[in-house]
Each structure stands twice: as C-alpha cells, then as structure tokens.
Design a protein. Structure first.
Length: 307
C-alpha cells in the first residue's frame, strides 16, 4: 500500500533510501539544507533507477516523479506515515533534528534514524513522543543492501519496533531486531572486529593490505554472502553440526581468539593502511570502485535471492 515517506537529510544515504522508497511505489518528501540538495538526490535516483528495474524491485506505478523536495523539516514530515532521518552523524545535531521532527510529524508516525552508531535513547531525549523513535540503520548503499538494523531505546514502545520491522520488510529489506542498545549496533561492531585484526596483521608485517583484503574476499567473504559465521561453522561440523564443531575445533579457535591483536590506529599505522589501500586501488578512482562494487552486488543479490 502506498504511503507518504519523509526523508530528512539527502546525502548519499538519504538519497539511496529515497530511491528505495520510490521504487516500492511510495510518495516521498525530501529535505536537505545543502545548496545542491535537490539536484543531488534527483540525480542519484535517476542513476539508481535502471539498477532497481534490472533487479525487479520497481513496482507498478512507481516513479521518480513521486518525489517532492521541501524547503524545511516541518513541511516534509507534516503528512508523513514514516520518517527516515539520515543527517550528519553527530549526536547534538540528531537530537535537535529529532525534536523538530517530533514537533511536526503526526503523533502515530514512526521516526527512524539511519545512525550507524548512536543510541536512540540519546537521540530522542528532547522528543515529546520518544516511544515512536527507533534506529533504522541501513547498510550502504541502502537501495541495494537488504540489511536494516532496528533498535529501540529506553522509551521506545514494542509496537513502534514491530511497525518499523514490518515497514522495512514490506520494502523488501531484511530487518533484524537488536534487543539492547550498544554503540555501533551489531553489523558495524562485527566489521570493526574483523578490520581490527586485519589492521593488526598488516601492522605486524604478517600480510600486505591487498592480501589481507584478498583473504576475506576470496575466502570466507564468499560464504558470508550467503550465511553468517554461526551457520557457516555449523556446516563445517559436518553431520554433527555445531555440536561437533564446538567439541573438535572449538579449542583451536579459542586459541586463535586469545592471540588476536589490539593494534591502535596511530599515525604510523594509519599511514601504512592508507598507502596500502592506494597501492591496492591503483589507477581506479572512487567512482570506478563504486561502479564495480555495485555491478558485483547486483550479481550477488540475484544469486542470493534464488532458492
């Protein structure tokens, strides 16, 4: 069923959300204070639309023309049934923005933040209706990646969480409910844990930046595109599954865990990683890499969506 969705903040994440909402046949009101805000979001949607069509994610009646760009937050959210905030990742900015949204949006409207690591209990601290505020954290780019992390705060109602999960599910996303607030939520913490060890191994001279990336991309990363670490190790246990894996391989893995590094991102370590990434990227620009990534993501999504 078509709804009116409000997008507050239309940088890369907000514009990507806008494309996703439009593709599902919704009317979308957008605002962003940047001087080129409207030009950017319309250009982003135009570029993303052929990809969304190729994936079969554009429903009948959907159109980029169903987007309205508004001059301020109050106008954008006044008739919205769902609000997706994607402003700067600064707590003080989000607190002020959420208070402004809360004052103008209908009282039953869910207000979700795309924040990658802030706590919704803090972000909604000045809201009159904090019970309808949630984290709805996507993975970049939101119009392609299915994952959305839904996190409630101390005052968020169970109904708001349920409604947000249902909303994202109807978009074709894969929402997960994070039951307890932690900085960085879940997926970013998992990413940080892996990257910390990759940085440690590079800093210790064990492997180059390019080979550390290859160790993930051409190994476990291929399996992780289909299933997470627990189910992966369940299969590694053979017919005995996870129980066999734990009893036979668990002690060895515990030893690896105990030996993991805790390298700090000092200036020399940062330079080592920056120089290594530059060598790995070679002549490919950021735009070249983004286009290559998105082409490959489409192929993976087609495969992972099939039985």
């Amino acid at each position: 069923m078509s709804q009116r969705i409000a997008v507050i903040g239309a940088g890369t994440i907000g514009a990507s959300w806008t494309a996703s909402f439009l593709a599902r046949g919704h009317d979308v009101a957008v605002t962003d204070p940047a001087p080129n805000g409207e030009t950017f979001v319309r250009g982003f949607v135009a570029n993303a639309w052929p990809t969304l069509e190729k994936l079969g994610w554009v429903v009948p009646g959907a159109s980029p023309q169903r987007m309205t760009f508004c001059k301020d937050v109050a106008t954008t959210v006044q008739d919205a049934s769902f609000v997706q905030e994607s402003g700067p990742e600064r707590e003080e900015v989000k607190i002020a923005t959420f208070a402004e949204i809360d004052d103008a949006a209908p009282p039953e409207t869910i207000i979700a933040s795309s924040s990658s690591g802030l706590l919704i209990s803090r972000v909604s601290v000045k809201c009159r209706h904090p019970e309808r505020c949630v984290i709805g954290h996507p993975f970049n780019p939101p119009h392609l990646i299915p994952l959305v992390e839904v996190v409630g705060g101390e005052k968020t109602s169970a109904q708001a969480i349920s409604n947000a999960m249902e909303f994202y599910r109807a978009l074709g996303k894969h929402p997960i409910h994070i039951k307890k607030e932690v900085r960085g939520h879940v997926a970013n913490r998992l990413q940080a844990a892996l990257w910390r060890e990759a940085v440690h191994l590079v800093a210790e001279g064990v492997v180059s930046v390019a080979d550390a990336d290859a160790a993930v991309a051409f190994g476990p990363g291929l399996r992780w595109a289909l299933m997470g670490p627990h189910l992966t190790f369940h299969l590694a246990g053979g017919v005995g599954g996870m129980a066999h894996f734990m009893s036979h391989i668990g002690p060895a893995i515990q030893g690896w865990m105990d030996d993991l590094g805790d390298t700090r991102l000092t200036e020399p370590v940062q330079k080592l990683i920056v120089d290594g990434v530059a060598e790995e990227a070679g002549a490919r620009s950021i735009a070249d890499l983004q286009q290559w990534r998105d082409r490959k993501l489409i192929d993976i999504l087609k495969v992972s969506a099939s039985p």
